[in-house]
Design a protein around this ligand. Structure first.
Ligand code: HEM
Length: 804
């Protein structure tokens, strides 16, 4: 017998999983270069296999705009068969499943990404039909009594089309409504069977398909990506023994300790009910009213006011399971575990002013970034690490491991890397996959179990419950993206939207009539709950250690660099400035005093208030003190991907040295960056020594905030023209203000002078992110530029004067 998550309870039994999903077309087909407006690019073979022309085609065609074209042939184009497109992943996986002789799988049949492809449909070159499969002769004109007469009731084709349209929307998620997702796989580094019998960790190199959804929490489905908010990091593992969902966030703690408070928390942060303002923002009275009355949220608030809440990309943030879970091995021994994801691209964030401006410039900033990276074959990778400790060890910690407002410091329990996740395929259909996916903390597999964390316990109920209404009934586990790759057999029947056609007369157990679904599980084969002894009174309350609300908030604060501390102060100042009720601001300040007096003073200063006395503590026990934990700083993880996928604006105008601009562009591309030729209008700019260059995007359509860095190539006349252009000046100033690397060649320095960009840092030393180059010195300058770009930002520009 299996659960609806396909947990068979029989090792390996019933598994149809032999290989792992890979991309069908991660690299954009070069045929798209037909549309390339920039015909005059270099042609030089790259070591990595993708030639420069392909890369430039890809970039010129703007990744966000070719997605559909890459899959579906456009008029006059022939789609490149998926198998012809070699990507790093297909090379590794080599998982293409058998195709029919024509190369076209039948409708509804899996083509290249077994096993999750089993229901992908490709309608290219197929005759249009009704939902009953009847061929349609005319899809443009309704059936009328005469050309100018009334439409006939019998027009079932019209009515079916409109009726379906009328019902195309489903309720959005009550939280985490806005998200983006990707397919990929998880690969285990080692055999963890001593700790857990979870099948996905049973052998080194074992691969398990995953679907991952990243999200913001508070905003509605159409809200902006770069709001200050927690990010969801939900992973569905399609394991051999059913689905395991690790439904985490990018912050390792949470606002509250008990599920009982979750509806209050969400009501407080969502738009206020009388006027539905503000969208996707915690900067309003009701949120801070709740928070200031909920001191257990203090630790989480430190994280959400930090740059963790404005990541540069879903690819540059960590993920955490948050709760303490259990691992259980084959003989029933159990240890506690915390799960951590760390991106190979490092942890990088935006600065607040930039995040605000991106909301206008590109509300899909994170969605686009994830999509484009995967389409370009720059597959995001995250390492999974665990912290493992025994129940006895947990008893000796100065905090309670069942309290979701506490971390287990890495200094106390080191991280153990156990595998990596690679996201290598974008969804085919946003609604069918990203919108309909249903994650749930209750979806666990043999070898993994819950703890008594009272927040986790409430979540186990909440997800399935909400999905029954969001996805229209109890059968949403049959929706392809939710269906396990294992077979599902049980005696559950019927209900709205039932897809499975169960055979036989027996749908109960025990039975003597045969057929149906015999129960084959049993102790240590099927899922068995860890038999934790429990003899306690029924109570409403919380353990004593839960009442320490400040010591880990202080640990977080003390582990931050000066730059990060300034940003946290800025976050509190911004949010509390938006709060209208002075008493709420004062209560928050009184909580901050308990974290750190200098922090409270700096925030109070920004609010024009005095520092109030500290809020009384909820405990009389002495608070533990922790040594700073360097790994809590974002800067602890610079990443291993260099300048890959970093976006660089190359500013041009008439008079730009076209050859120099091309050389810079090609050099950036060769190192994996994403350069763009940016000018004041589309069309060609004339080079100072002849030749022309196509502008790819304008200063208005591609403003400063969507780039990680900028370069002004050589060219006296171009530098003068840019210096007269208000958009170009604004561009440079924002690049500087947002701490981005800036390189100028020769006369390009005029632009910096006109924009009043200082060459030195506030402490008087040269700014390493302002790189000037002579025309004959460009390669060396580019090397220096790339080095600063790989380090992401020059935050030293900001630290004068430090606020604490
Ligand atoms: C008692 C506390 C909580 C409750 C009752 C709760 C409830 C919910 C609900 C109802 C949804 C929408 C699900 C859907 O419609 O499919 C959701 C989504 C989500 N929750 Fe929670 N949540 C809680 C705490 C947390 C915590 C602590 C985390 C992180 C560890 C978290 C992470 C997520 C994520 C990532 C999603 C989005 C899943 C997706 O991408 O579809 N939640 N939560």
């Amino acid at each position: 017998m299996a659960t609806n998550q396909g947990n068979t309870g029989v090792d390996g039994a019933g598994s149809i999983l032999s290989t792992v999903a890979g991309p069908s077309n991660a690299k954009p087909p070069s045929s798209l270069g037909n549309n390339n407006p920039q015909g005059d690019v270099l042609l030089e073979k790259q070591a990595g296999g993708m030639d420069l022309a392909d890369q430039i085609d890809y970039n010129v065609n703007k990744p966000g705009e070719y997605g559909d074209a890459a899959r579906d042939p456009q008029p006059g184009q022939t789609a490149k068969p998926a198998s012809d497109i070699v990507t790093a992943s297909t090379a590794v996986e080599n998982i293409a499943s058998p195709k029919t002789g024509s190369g076209q799988p039948p409708i509804g049949v899996n083509n290249t990404n077994a096993p999750l492809d089993r229901v992908r449909a490709d309608s290219s070159d197929r005759v249009m039909t009704t939902n009953q499969g009847v061929p349609i002769a005319d899809n443009q004109n309704s059936l009328k009594a005469g050309l100018r007469g009334p439409t006939l009731m019998e027009d079932f084709i019209l009515r079916e089309k409109i009726t379906h349209f009328d019902h195309e929307r489903i309720p959005e998620r009550i939280v985490h409504a806005r998200g983006s997702a990707a397919h990929g796989y998880f690969e285990s580094y080692q055999d963890l069977s001593a700790l857990t019998r979870a099948n996905i960790f049973s052998a080194p190199g074992k691969k398990t398909p995953v679907f991952v959804r990243f999200s913001t929490v508070a905003g509605e489905r159409g809200s902006t990506d770069t709001a200050r908010d927690v990010r969801g990091f939900a992973v569905k593992f399609y394991t051999d023994e059913g689905n395991w969902d690790l439904v985490g966030n990018n912050i390792p703690v949470f606002f509250i300790q008990d599920a009982m408070k979750f509806p209050d928390l969400v009501h407080a942060v969502k738009p206020e009910p009388h006027n539905a303002i503000p969208q996707a923002a915690s900067a309003h009275d009701t949120f801070w009213d709740f928070a200031s009355l909920m001191p257990e949220s203090m630790h989480m608030l430190m994280w959400t006011m930090s740059d963790r809440a404005i990541p540069r990309s879903y690819r540059t943030m960590q993920g955490f399971g948050v709760h303490t879970f259990r691992l259980v091995n084959a003989v029933g021994d159990s240890v506690f575990v915390k799960f951590h994801w760390s991106p190979l691209a490092g942890t990088h964030s935006l600065v607040w002013d930039e995040a605000v401006k991106i909301s206008g410039a590109d509300p899909d900033f994170h969605r686009r970034d994830l999509w484009e990276a995967i389409e370009a074959g720059e597959f995001p990778e995250y390492e999974l690490a665990i912290q493992v400790f025994t129940e006895e060890q947990a008893d000796s910690f100065p905090f309670d491991v069942l309290d979701a407002t506490k971390i287990v410091p890495e200094e106390l329990v080191p991280l153990q890397p156990i595998g990596k996740m690679v996201l290598n395929r974008n969804p085919d259909n946003f609604f069918a996959e990203t919108e309909q996916v249903a994650f749930c903390t209750a979806h666990i597999v043999p070898g993994i179990d819950f703890t008594n964390d009272p927040l986790l316990q409430g979540r186990i109920h909440s997800y399935v419950d909400t999905q029954i209404s969001r996805l229209g009934g109890p059968n949403f586990h049959e929706i392809p993206i939710n269906a396990p790759v294992t077979q599902v057999h049980n005696n559950q029947r019927d209900g709205m939207h039932r897809q499975t056609i169960n055979r036989g007369r027996v749908s109960y157990e025990p039975n003597s009539l045969g057929g149906g679904c015999p129960f084959q599980g049993g102790k240590m084969t099927g899922f068995t709950s860890f038999p934790q002894p429990m003899v306690e009174d029924k109570v409403r309350g919380k353990p004593a250690l839960f009442a320490d609300h400040y010591s880990q908030a202080r640990l977080f604060w003390q582990s931050q660099t000066p730059v990060e501390k300034n940003h946290i102060i800025g976050g509190f100042r911004f949010e509390l400035t938006r709060v209208q009720v002075p008493a709420i601001r004062e209560r928050m300040l009184s909580m901050l005093v308990n974290v750190d007096e200098a922090l409270a003073a700096a925030v109070a200063d920004g609010l024009g208030m005095d520092v109030p006395p500290p809020q009384p503590l909820a405990t009389t026990r002495p608070l533990p003190s922790y040594p700073p934990s360097p790994s809590l700083s974002l800067f602890a993880r610079p990443g291993q991907t260099g300048i890959h996928t970093r976006r660089v604006a190359v500013l041009v105008a008439n008079g730009t040295d076209v050859d120099s601009a091309r050389a810079i562009y090609a050099s950036l591309l060769a190192d994996g960056a994403v350069p763009r030729i940016v000018g004041s209008k589309l069309g060609k700019v004339a080079g100072c020594h002849g030749g022309t260059l196509d502008v790819e995007i304008t200063l208005e359509a591609g403003p400063s905030v969507i780039y990680d860095a900028m370069i002004v190539p050589a060219g006296e006349q171009a530098a003068q023209a840019l210096s007269m252009d208000a958009n170009a000046l604004e561009f440079v100033r924002l690049q500087y203000r947002h701490c981005k690397p800036i390189m100028v060649v020769d006369a390009g320095a005029q632009l910096l002078a006109k924009a009043d960009i200082p060459a030195n840092l506030p402490d008087g030393t040269p700014d390493p992110g302002i790189i000037g180059a002579e025309p004959n010195d460009v390669p060396a300058a580019l090397d220096a530029f790339k080095e600063v770009l790989a380090a992401h930002r020059v935050y030293l520009r900001e630290t004068d004067p430090p606020m604490v």
